[in-house]
Design a binder for this molecule. Structure first.
Ligand SMILES: C[S@@+](CC[C@H](N)C(=O)[O-])C[C@H]1O[C@@H](n2cnc3c(N)ncnc32)[C@H](O)[C@@H]1O
Length: 388
């Protein structure tokens, strides 16, 4: 991969010669060129900046030196497979995914900003020739783009085949697979009263893998819930008996979960959308209610209660957070609600809107059959108890 850096502080990029990148340069894997932007100036003071049009504090990097730099760098062609990376706090966030994408390029040209940034026309013009990515390494402001360019470089080049001594170490890292990495330990097994988790000493590879995954899910949910992909959140889901303290979240989840039901059944009065908070608190205390939590968040619930005949277990208020639908959580809650039925129950029953085709499909798959209408627009479905 060829790497070019356009900067007014070439010395800032000296770390490129260190450690693994340095070795990769030596081995020919990386072809690194650091350019002093001032070589494309023509005045005595080698001026690269000027005052901003429209006024305001600070200076702006002039377009001409960058324009000429690009002319020179791309004079011999090679635009195919090349990307200009403009470091800027207003760019797209730099992520592991973007690092993987940039690692597929044959050439990266970093344009390092300073002062108030680079004249916008530099980017607009470059975009007519080549792919340009404006990239931010975080929601804070640095003095210049060199540190950002170094950070991006390091994350990208370590993904190049042959860069890392042990490619397997790339697979298990934070952000690969959307999770933060599990905690890591080395010898000794006991240090200053702190012991390595026993499972890691067990030699049971299956148990170790399961423990690491569970830790990674837990860490991600605790530290970076914004990263936790719904399917991973569900790995760490806990289904347990509801407590009074669940009521406020349950009330919100219920409202959110039944909006689509109303959409599918226009004109039908959907009780879950009209119930008061006090009514919810009443059935929470009275019925057998299970809630599902993942990463501390209430993501689902279901309610079971014995019908007046004493042999039918009524399953109701089966809800799953709308963003987590389609991942089997509803099925899991349904099974948990059925399993909670008291001995002597002969059948499970539930009600759903006649227009709720998706729900009915799910219930049929779970063994429920249509059993008429409770009232116009509301379907009753039943299943013999004990059937899976
Ligand atoms: C002082 S900053 C300019 C900030 C600019 N006035 C703004 O508010 O967006 C100077 C240069 O540092 C670099 N820089 C600062 N913070 C950065 C970040 N979070 N990510 C990437 N580059 C950054 C950019 O190259 C930028 O042009």
């Amino acid at each position: 991969m060829r790497l070019d850096y356009l900067t007014i502080f070439p010395d800032y990029l000296a770390p490129l010669q260190l450690s693994l990148p340095g070795k990769a340069v030596a081995s020919g894997l990386l072809d690194v060129h650091v350019h002093d932007l001032r070589q494309w100036t023509h005045d005595r003071h080698r001026t690269v900046d000027d005052t901003p049009y429209g006024g305001g504090a600070g200076m702006v990097l002039k377009p001409e030196p960058f324009g000429e730099a690009f002319d020179d760098l791309f004079a011999g062609g090679g635009l195919e497979g090349a990307t200009v990376v403009v470091t800027t706090p207003s760019g797209e966030p730099f992520t592991q995914e973007l690092a993987r994408e940039l690692a597929t390029r044959e050439r990266l040209v970093f344009a390092c900003g300073r002062y108030e940034g680079i004249d916008q026309r530099v980017l607009d013009h470059a975009r007519t020739l080549i792919e340009v990515r404006e990239v931010s390494i975080g929601d804070y402001v640095l003095n210049g783009g060199e540190v950002a360019a170094l950070a991006i470089t390091e994350a990208v080049v370590r993904l190049l085949p042959g860069f890392m001594g042990n490619a397997a170490s790339l697979v298990e890292e934070s952000h690969e697979g959307g999770l933060l990495e599990h905690p890591v330990y080395t010898k000794p097994a006991s240090w200053r009263g702190h012991d390595v988790p026993p499972v890691l000493l067990s030699g049971d590879h299956g148990a170790i893998a399961a423990w690491r995954h569970e830790q990674a899910v837990r860490r991600t949910a605790e530290r970076r819930p914004d990263l936790a992909h719904p399917s991973q959140v569900l790995d760490g889901v806990e289904v347990r008996l509801a407590q009074p303290a669940d009521a406020p979240e349950l009330f919100v989840l219920q409202r959110a979960s039944w909006v689509s039901e109303q959409h599918d059944n226009p004109g039908l009065r959907v009780p879950a959308l009209h119930e008061t908070y006090d009514e919810l608190v009443d059935w929470l205390a009275r019925d057998h209610v299970l809630v599902a939590r993942a990463g501390g968040r209430l993501v689902g619930a279901v309610r079971g209660s014995l019908a007046d005949d004493g042999t039918t277990w009524h399953v109701g208020r089966l809800m799953v957070a709308p963003d987590l639908g389609g991942r089997g959580l509803g099925r899991r809650l349904l099974e948990a609600a059925e399993a909670a039925a008291p001995a002597g129950v002969a059948a499970y029953e539930l009600f759903t809107g006649a227009g709720s085709a998706r729900n009915q499909r799910i219930y049929k798959k779970a063994g429920y059959r249509h059993a008429g209408e409770l009232e116009p627009g509301v379907v009753r479905m039943v299943k013999r108890a004990g059937r899976r």
